[in-house]
Design a protein around this ligand. Structure first.
Ligand SMILES: Nc1ncnc2c1ncn2[C@@H]1O[C@H](COP(=O)(O)OP(=O)(O)O)[C@@H](O)[C@H]1O
Ligand SMILES: [Mg+2]
Length: 261
C-alpha cells in the first residue's frame, strides 16, 4: 500500500517526554505505519513501550517530537470528530445518562435535536443498550459501560476509531463476548462508510481475533518489531480460536514479545 492511499499514515514518528526532574524519557522510538481505509489494525507490545503515546499522537492529544502522523494525507494537528477515541475507562460523563452520553458529541456540534435523538436511538440499539437509556454510568456493568462508550464514540460517525485497551478492565467472559460485539458493531457502522480501527491491547488472542494485521512492538522506546497478517476471513466466529493457525500465530507473537531487544 502506498502512503497516498492510506487512511492513517505514521511517518517516522517518535516521542520524547521531559520528566518533572528535567530528564528526557524516550517513550516511543521511530515508527512507520500505514493503515488502509476500513482496515482493523492492532498493536501489542510490552507495558510502557509507547502504545498509548502513539495512539495519543493519532488522536491529536500529543505532538510527535519527530516525524508526522497523517490522516487522508493531511497532518494531524489536534483532536477532531473524524477520529473517535475509546479508552479503558473514564470515557463516560458520570453526570449524564446513557442517552445523554451518546447525544453529547452530535449535540455539541450543533446537530438538530431530532437528528440527535434519532442517532441516539440508532446507536443505543446497535450496542444493545435499549431499555437502559436513562441509566447513569454507575448503574451499568463494566461491559455495558464500554458498549455505551463505543456508542458515544460512533455517534459522531468518525472515519477512524482509536481504541486504547477498551476491554482490559473487564472479566474474561465479558471480554470474549464484547470482542464479538465489537466486530459486529464495527461491521454495521462501516456499512455506509468504512471505519478504520487502530486497537491497542496487551492480549495476543484478542489482537488476532479482531484484526487484519497485528503490529508487534519492542520494549520502550517502542519500535515495530514485526507486522503480522491475520489470515482468517470475516465475519469471524469463535471457532477460529481452535484453528491450529490461530495457535501458531499466538506462539509467534508471544516469542516476538519475549525476545530481547
Ligand atoms: N506525559 C508523560 N510524561 C512523561 N512520561 C510519559 C508521559 N506519558 C507517557 N510517559 C512515559 O512514556 C512511556 C510510554 O508510555 P505509554 O505510551 O503510556 O506506554 P504503553 O501504553 O505502551 O504502556 C512510559 O515510560 C511512560 O511512563
Ligand atoms: Mg497504554
Amino acid at each position: 500500500m502506498t502512503a497516498a492511499g492510506a487512511k492513517i499514515s505514521v511517518q517516522g514518528v517518535a516521542k520524547t517526554f521531559q520528566s518533572a526532574a528535567g530528564d528526557a524519557v524516550s517513550a516511543l522510538g521511530e515508527v512507520d505505519l500505514d493503515i488502509a481505509p476500513g482496515e482493523f489494525v492492532s498493536i501489542v507490545g510490552p507495558s510502557g513501550c509507547g502504545k498509548s503515546t502513539l495512539l495519543n499522537v493519532l488522536a491529536g492529544f500529543e505532538e510527535p517530537s519527530q516525524g508526522e502522523a497523517l490522516m487522508d494525507g493531511r497532518p494531524i494537528r489536534g483532536p477532531g470528530p473524524e477520529r473517535g477515541v475509546v479508552f479503558q475507562e473514564y470515557a463516560l460523563f458520570p453526570w449524564l445518562t446513557v442517552a445523554g452520553n451518546v447525544a453529547f458529541g452530535p449535540a455539541s456540534r450543533g446537530i438538530a435535536a431530532d437528528e440527535v435523538a434519532a442517532r441516539v436511538r440508532h446507536y443505543v440499539a446497535m450496542v444493545k443498550l435499549d431499555g437502559s437509556e436513562r441509566k447513569y454510568p454507575h448503574e451499568l456493568s463494566g461491559g455495558m459501560r464500554q458498549r455505551c462508550a463505543l456508542a458515544r464514540c460512533i455517534a459522531n460517525d468518525p472515519d477512524v476509531l482509536l481504541m486504547d485497551e477498551p476491554l482490559a478492565a473487564l472479566d474474561a467472559l465479558t471480554r470474549l463476548s464484547l470482542q464479538d460485539e465489537l466486530l459486529r458493531i464495527w461491521s454495521e457502522a462501516s456499512r455506509e462508510r468504512p471505519k478504520t480501527v487502530l486497537y491497542i491491547t496487551h492480549a495476543i488472542d484478542e489482537a488476532i481475533y479482531l484484526s487484519d494485521r497485528v503490529v508487534v512492538m519492542s520494549e520502550r522506546p517502542g519500535r515495530i518489531r514485526r507486522v503480522i497478517e491475520v489470515p482468517f476471513a470475516r465475519p469471524r466466529a469463535p471457532e477460529i480460536r481452535t484453528d491450529p493457525r490461530f495457535h501458531a500465530l499466538t506462539d509467534e507473537i508471544w516469542l516476538l514479545l519475549r525476545r530481547e531487544p
